[in-house]
Ligand binder design. Structure first.
Ligand code: ADP
Ligand code: MG
Length: 682
């Protein structure tokens, strides 16, 4: 079935090659592209009653010319035409700049329509448009489109009108009637019409509602189909793990699991038992106890005779994880080894051999783990920590390593639900939304840079109690010399301030790996008391004796990152503090600082972050996999997103969906995305 709307815009009578070329510059190639070039706002030409209009509001009104208009020139080209207009029982002034020719067209008692800004104090409209007899615009709501190059507003309006009148009725309905009825959605043709030529606000609202649902439904169908396909195509491993042993292992832990940890553990164990391959995202705030979940999962896998891998982004983190996992797992008879690029020579060879022979149960390390030379005997489970920066495609590559291992992604960046079901739409999501009991709130203060002296005293007080402190300086890029300088400067300042009493360490991304490790080691052994660092300590580092986090230029960080940094303290039993040194210029900057002082809840912060920064910027990097929608807004249309996701997941699971005629359009859409054929996404 050929879709006539997929033809080039030149198929529209009235659009020639030249126009088509100009439209192509705007990425409008097909008739469909043109019809889906939606207005970004509407000019409101409704006639208003002056009594209801607020000061400085933009309005359109109709009135009678009351007296001879007066024209004043100032300069050669600049002029002002003033008209006294009777609008109902009001006599107001209308001012038009630089349109002197209108003077002779207007006569007393003419009815005119003007549009402009209302000054209620002076009872005056500064008009930008006027029409004598008849209405402004062809509609109460005139669409305003993005335009570019030689395409004018008038032009694009005309082209869309032409396209709609010739092809609008041929627009393929893609939402089946059952769903359209269920949600009382406009059909596609009517919705297109209402987007471009709305009769009133409600018309517009209904049109938007339909397209929001359509966009979300299509997107979620792609994600849910991918999820289904991956489940079915992957002969995952069904682990016969030893339930008694796993239970005993959990019971001998130094603490009882929280309810949230229990729930999440259940979800993961169910995945491990099932013949599907696990593809799960585990979210839990900093300190919520993800490591122990990883340990239990790896242990379960080991009791079933499989090996496991834990992959983390930095060497420091890898070493810390080795330590904590060894402590948990080795007493239970499960062997753990570390593999990073610093492990070299004979030691490396030895590890690789033992791994291949199955003598090592769990391998922990950086990306070095999934290189070709690393061969497991029987890899069953891969866990990655802090991998939220990966897009859909990278996640897929990882899953394709080895013989279909189960994959668990862990992240401490609480991701707003609306983003997690779009960006991670093809994955199952588990959330630890509860902190272990007895955790103290980290007291957070926001101070101006000029308070630095007081901050130094505060640091001294903590050090006197035997505690340690982090001092973070911002860093835009790993290689940004200026900012490294910043950390170096602060290090010099603090070293002289605390000279002879306390040791100050310095850490930044440009140090060689061995030196970084050395610096970190000294800090964790309390040989240095203050660690001045760039954001390299952001992820996962664990020094329970550190109780103070000072962040310089805090306004330069996003909320999620501030929260991550703050999470480096509050890991022991002592009260911890976070001090934000910041002089934000913008309102949102101030708002961020304020929110930080008000809440410790990562999920609340992430929702706020999304609100303040918008979905595209949330992950702070390009290619974050955040989809773009024409009409829908992930944050504001959140309810529709949830609905569409549920509908999509029910649809792809039903065999009726894959056969029935009414779903043909949706199936065609899924086919075109390439998901079914296992093609690259995006
Ligand atoms: P994260 O989720 O940030 O990786 P960790 O796994 O490092 O958190 O856990 C933070 C600290 O909390 C660790 O010292 C860990 O031993 C401890 N912990 C984890 N779960 C619990 C629990 N249920 N009760 C008490 N302490 C716990
Ligand atoms: Mg962790």
């Amino acid at each position: 079935m050929i879709n006539p709307l997929k033809q080039s815009v030149t198929a529209v009578k009235g659009i020639g090659e030249e126009t088509a070329a100009a439209l192509a510059e705007m990425k409008i190639n097909t008739i469909e592209d043109l019809l889906e070039h939606f207005p970004y706002r509407y000019e409101d030409y409704r006639l208003r009653d002056l009594a209801e209009v607020k000061h400085e509001e933009k309005i359109t009104i109709e009135g009678k010319v009351h007296s001879e208009p007066s024209l004043t020139y100032y300069g050669r080209k600049r002029s002002r035409l003033t008209i006294r207009l009777l609008v109902g029982r009001y006599l107001i002034q209308v001012v038009l700049f630089n349109q002197p020719y209108l003077k002779n067209k207007i006569a007393i008692n003419d009815t005119v329509t003007v549009s402009g800004k209302w000054d209620s104090h002076r009872q005056l409209i500064t008009a930008n448009e006027m029409k004598i007899g008849g209405t402004l615009g062809s509609n109460d709501y005139e669409p305003v489109y993005a335009v570019k190059g030689s395409i004018t507003m008038k032009g694009i309006r005309r082209f869309i009108k032409l396209a709609f009148s010739q092809y609008g009725h041929l627009s393929h309905e893609n939402i089946p009637e059952t769903l359209r009825k269920k949600y009382r959605l406009l059909n596609r043709r009517d919705a297109l019409h209402a987007m471009h030529f709305p009769a009133d606000q409600n018309d517009l609202k209904q049109a938007r509602r339909r397209f929001v649902y359509e966009e979300f439904l299509l997107f979620q169908l792609k994600m849910q189909a991918l999820r289904k396909i991956e489940r079915e195509n992957s002969k995952g491993i069904s682990y016969q793990y030893n339930e008694d042993k796993v239970k005993a292992f959990i019971e001998q832990l130094p603490f009882p699991l929280t309810n949230a940890q229990h729930r999440v553990m259940g979800e993961i164990l169910t995945d491990l038992r099932s013949p599907y391959r696990m593809n799960r995202l585990l979210q839990g705030d900093v300190g919520s106890g993800k490591t122990v979940i990883a340990a239990i999962a790896l242990y379960s896998c080991a009791t079933a005779g499989f090996q496991g891998a834990l992959m983390v982004p930095t060497e420091i983190l890898a070493e810390q994880h080795v330590d904590s996992l060894k402590a948990l797992l080795e007493p239970a008879g499960v062997s753990c080894e570390l593999l990073t690029s610093s492990v070299k020579g004979r030691q490396r060879k030895d590890i690789l051999t033992r791994l291949h022979e199955g003598e090592i149960d769990i391998l922990i390390g950086t990306h070095a783990l999934i290189q070709d030379e690393v061969e497991f005997k029987q890899l069953g489970l891969v866990i990655t920590d802090e991998q939220h920066r990966f897009g859909v495609e990278q996640r897929r590559i990882l899953r394709e390593k080895g013989e279909n291992p189960d994959v668990l992604f862990m992240t401490a960046t609480p991701i707003p639900r609306t983003l997690s079901i779009t960006v991670f739409g093809e994955m199952d999501v588990s959330i630890i939304d509860e902190m272990p009991a007895g955790r103290k709130r980290i007291e957070t203060y926001w101070v101006k840079q000029e308070m630095l002296e007081r901050v130094l005293q505060f640091i001294r007080k903590e050090l006197q109690k035997g505690r340690q402190a982090y001092v973070i300086c911002p860093l835009i890029e790993e290689s940004d010399k200026l900012d490294v300088q910043n950390a170096i400067d602060v290090h010099i300042t603090l070293s002289s301030y605390f000279q002879g009493r306390y040791q100050i360490g310095l850490m930044h991304g440009r140090l060689p790996a061995e030196e970084k490790d050395q610096v970190m080691k000294e800090f964790s052994e309390n040989k240095t008391h203050v660690l001045v660092s760039t954001t390299v300590v952001e992820v996962g580092v664990n020094v329970p004796n550190a109780t103070l986090m000072v962040i310089y230029d805090a306004e330069r960080f996003g909320l999620s990152q501030l929260h991550q940094l703050r999470g480096r303290v509050g890991r022991g039993s002592e009260q911890s503090y976070c001090i934000l040194l910041a002089d934000p210029k913008s309102e949102t900057g101030k708002e961020r600082m304020k929110i930080m002082t008000e809440t410790n809840d990562g999920f609340v912060l992430s929702e706020k972050d999304l609100e303040l920064r918008g979905p595209g910027d949330f992950f702070g990097k390009k290619q974050s996999g955040v989809p773009e929608f024409k009409v829908a807004d992930m944050v504001h249309d959140y309810a529709a997103l949830e609905t569409a996701r549920n509908d999509a997941s029910i649809l792809v699971e039903s065999s009726y969906f894959w056969q029935a005629e009414e779903y043909q359009a949706l199936r065609t859409y899924i086919e075109e995305t390439g998901v079914l054929a296992g093609e690259k996404l995006d």
